[in-house]
Design a protein around this ligand. Structure first.
Ligand code: FAD
Length: 342
């Protein structure tokens, strides 16, 4: 299919908040040849770039006066077994939830804890997607990127991607300059269930059975997520809007003394991760409505577009949340969602 480069394109169909904004230029790329063609096009080659997958982790707070590249490269290819894993190369445009389901159904376990996370495979390493006790980092072998500066492809090992909690080198360094064209997953050959996450453990226990299979974990995770999170097709949202903040030992000690029921998890190096949802709830910020936007009744961290709101309205609510949490706890909430055009 020939590459189509369009001007002034509405981004409404391309973001799960369902907010309207425009891109000055837009192209959906399906191959490295498409990227090369774009790179050579004098109309757009020097413009700011935004790489997009399915748009389930972005907020368009205004128009994007540059080139939006939707990285829709297809394909799933089994590269064969390594010593302890099966390697699977997946195109950036592959639907993540469909991939996880297909692997579980065909007896290739390893990703079941990450079931039903919306979006495409190419975005998975950007924030090192994680849920229910597993992060992508534990299943990622390498990432193939196409570098805009050189017009060349490169393979980055998992270590070179610098994955951390909802973080990677792609977020920190030269965002928009490296386009993920494919990821290579490593599925363990000797699979062990990952059930350390308390909520998942409880759900599995309620369903009975001794040692859960990958399909049991998949079903349990899907059930939990369907109960807890709104479907963006019905209520615009981008999942958790904020990351869980991380504080040092002395700030933690002071906070837990003042708020003994505060949700927190100890980390290595004497640091603590605080439950952002708990912080918001303590500020009476669960299930609130501000005009056409609000926070979800079932999960405070999810900001929602209740009725044809603009991205700016969502952003204003996000700022109110940050300000209230900061003034009550002295803790800064950092957005997990990528904010564009603010
Ligand atoms: C209901 C709901 C639940 C969610 N639950 C979770 C969860 O449990 N855990 C979790 O980690 N996330 C969760 N998310 C967030 C989201 O699903 C993930 O971040 C997902 O990986 C985003 O994929 P995407 O294709 O939609 O990326 P987009 O939203 O299109 O892009 C996200 C970021 O990645 C960059 N990007 C996208 N594709 C590429 C590429 N090919 N190359 C370079 N950069 C790229 C974009 O520039 C942007 O910065 C949830 C979202 C929703 C709506």
């Amino acid at each position: 299919m020939p590459l189509i480069l369009q001007q002034r394109v509405s981004l409404k169909p391309f973001n799960s908040f369902g907010v309207d904004a425009h891109a000055a230029w837009f192209a959906r790329v399906q191959s490295v040849a498409d990227l090369e063609q774009l790179h050579a096009d004098a109309r757009v080659r020097d413009l700011p770039r935004l790489i997009l997958g399915a748009g389930t982790n972005v907020l368009f707070a205004g128009d994007f006066e540059g080139l939006v590249i939707q990285a829709a490269l297809p394909g799933i290819e089994e590269l064969g077994p390594s010593e302890d894993a099966t390697l699977l190369r997946v195109g950036a445009g592959q639907s993540w939830p469909a991939l996880v389901e297909q692997l579980v159904r065909t007896g290739r376990p390893g990703l079941e804890n990450l079931a039903l996370i919306p979006g495409w495979a190419g975005a998975a390493p950007i924030q090192n997607i994680g849920a229910y006790g597993l992060e992508l980092a534990e299943r990622l072998h390498s990432v193939s990127v196409w570098e805009c500066a050189t017009g060349q492809s490169r393979e980055l090992s998992c270590e070179q991607c610098g994955l951390g909690y909802r973080d990677s080198v792609f977020k920190r360094d030269r965002a928009g300059e490296r386009i993920v064209v494919a990821i290579t997953l490593r599925l363990p050959r000797r699979w062990e269930p990952v059930t350390k996450y308390a909520e998942l453990e409880r759900e599995l226990a309620a369903r009975g059975g001794a040692r859960p299979s990958a399909a049991d974990i998949f079903e349990a995770v899907c059930a939990l997520r369907r109960r807890k999170l709104p479907d963006p097709a019905r209520l615009g949202n981008a999942g958790s809007f904020f990351k869980n903040p991380i504080v040092g030992r002395s700030q933690y000690a002071e906070l837990i003394e003042r708020f003994p029921s505060m949700v927190s998890y100890p980390l290595a190096g004497g640091r603590f991760k605080l439950g952002a949802a708990w912080l918001m709830e303590a500020c009476q910020l669960r299930g609130v409505t501000r005009g056409r936007v609000g926070t979800y009744e079932g999960q405070a961290l999810v900001l929602v577009n209740r009725n044809a709101a603009s991205g700016r309205e969502v952003l204003e609510l996000a700022r109110e949340v940050q300000q209230r949490v900061l003034s009550k706890f002295g803790v800064a909430l950092e957005p997990e969602v990528r904010i564009v055009g603010a």
